[in-house]
Design a binder for this molecule. Structure first.
Ligand SMILES: [Zn+2]
Length: 415
């Protein structure tokens, strides 16, 4: 007798009972038989259920599982593609895979939960967004060995130059204007520290203008060609550089905070080395910008896994306020960062082109040529020269809406 037969029998017994023609014992025996059959069905169903047995779920085990963040398998190299070990593929996760992930405390709001948004299949990591403040981060945090692979000497530039000559000249021109803007209001001889000074373009300009220029850099090879008028310390963290307390009049951390494993600790250390009332200038790509939202996984400034964190403008303000800074100004326009971001992000939307191929072409990455054919190079350069004017206009609009692709905040250390 199967379950349907039992059900029919049960219905029949109920009808009979209502008419008073069925003995009680007969009904009880039938009910027990039905119950035994159903129990057997339940046991069979439980045995094939892939999850943990009911009643044995360990919450701590679930959280530990989420912290390990199962990642996509490493994708095999695609045949025929050039080597882009400096660029990491990004894929938007489908809604069904945007799982909740347990993470280390958020540097902005201390929440320990984030939601997966993008996959980085080449390195088996993901970009997850804080559920409370929206801060993006690479998860799980990549180890030092993996990160080091993404900072070869060519990342900083060969022999002190980062780009092809014409672009290098433009970068230096914009850089000189930038130094003037950054040093506005500083007294002659003021001490300025550039955190993450790289090859020292900014330091050179500061020294030329008569400031006491100091630089901190994590890569010794990057800082090797810095202007000798500047003093550079190299270390694993700003704290390790061990600068004296209340020494600097100004600290600049320009598109560097997002690369660091502990942005909160870095800002606390900056506050320690700044004089009370000293000025901090911090700039980061803006995760809440129109460019970021429109480009999604193709956003140039995602730059994974080098950018370990992705700050929203609101999140950056919150982080600065909680580390002892009073915000004075906020800018959303950067000629160096924003228009190019639009052009490269738009090119990244074309799946046939290599990710960040234009950027690689403009950089002196002698060991990683993005396009081998002359036609491909011409296509990229045409996109650059035709796209930049339009991108400049869009970047001005973004800035007016306070949704620029990068955000720069000037703040004072609280006395
Ligand atoms: Zn958060």
């Amino acid at each position: 007798m199967d379950i349907d037969d039992h059900s029919l029998a049960r219905t029949q017994r109920s009808d009979d009972r209502a008419s008073g023609s069925l003995a009680t014992t007969e009904f009880d025996e039938s009910a027990i038989a039905v119950a035994l059959e159903l129990a057997a069905e339940l046991r069979r169903a439980t045995a094939t259920y892939p999850g943990p047995a009911p009643g044995e779920i360990d919450a701590a085990e679930v959280v530990a599982y989420l912290r390990r963040a199962p990642t996509a398998p490493v994708a095999p190299a695609v045949e025929g593609r050039p080597d882009f070990s400096l660029e990491c593929a990004v894929q938007k996760l489908p809604a069904a895979e945007r799982h909740l992930v347990a993470v280390d405390a958020c540097p902005v709001c201390e929440s320990e939960w984030a939601r997966a948004r993008f996959a980085l299949p080449g390195v088996g990591l993901r970009i997850v967004d804080c559920t409370q403040c929206g801060l993006g981060r690479v998860h799980p945090r990549p180890d030092a060995e993996l990160i080091a692979q993404f900072y070869p000497p060519s990342y900083y530039g060969v022999t002190g130059a980062k780009f092809v000559p014409l672009i290098e000249a433009l970068v230096r021109l914009v850089g000189a204007r930038h130094v003037r803007a950054l040093s506005r209001g500083l007294q002659p001889g003021a001490g300025v520290l550039d955190v993450g000074c790289g090859r020292g373009v900014l330091l050179s300009g500061l020294a030329r203008r008569g400031f006491e220029a100091h630089g901190f850099e994590m890569s010794a090879s990057a800082a090797a060609g810095v202007d000798p008028r500047a003093v550079v310390r190299v270390g694993k963290s700003l704290r390790e550089a061990d600068y004296p307390s209340a020494y600097f009049d100004q600290v600049i951390i320009w598109h560097v905070l997002e690369h660091l494993p502990d942005p909160r600790e870095t800002l606390q250390e900056i506050r320690r080395v700044l004089k009370p009332g000293g000025r901090l200038v911090v700039a980061v790509p803006n995760y809440s910008s129109l460019q970021a939202r429109c480009s999604g996984a193709n956003w140039f400034h995602l730059d994974p896994p080098r950018h370990l964190f992705h700050f929203t403008a609101e999140g950056l303000r919150q982080l600065l306020a909680s580390t002892g800074f009073d915000i004075e100004r906020e800018h959303h326009f950067s000629l160096r960062q924003n228009p190019f971001g639009w052009v490269q992000s738009a090119l990244n939307c074309l799946s046939r082109l290599p990710r960040n191929g234009l950027y690689s072409l403009l950089k002196r990455r002698d060991d990683h040529l993005p396009v081998s054919g002359r036609r491909g190079r011409l296509l990229f350069l045409a996109a650059y020269w035709l796209g930049m004017p339009l991108a400049c206009v869009q970047s001005v609009i973004d800035a007016c809406l306070r949704r620029g692709a990068s955000v720069c905040v000037e703040a004072r250390s609280q006395s």
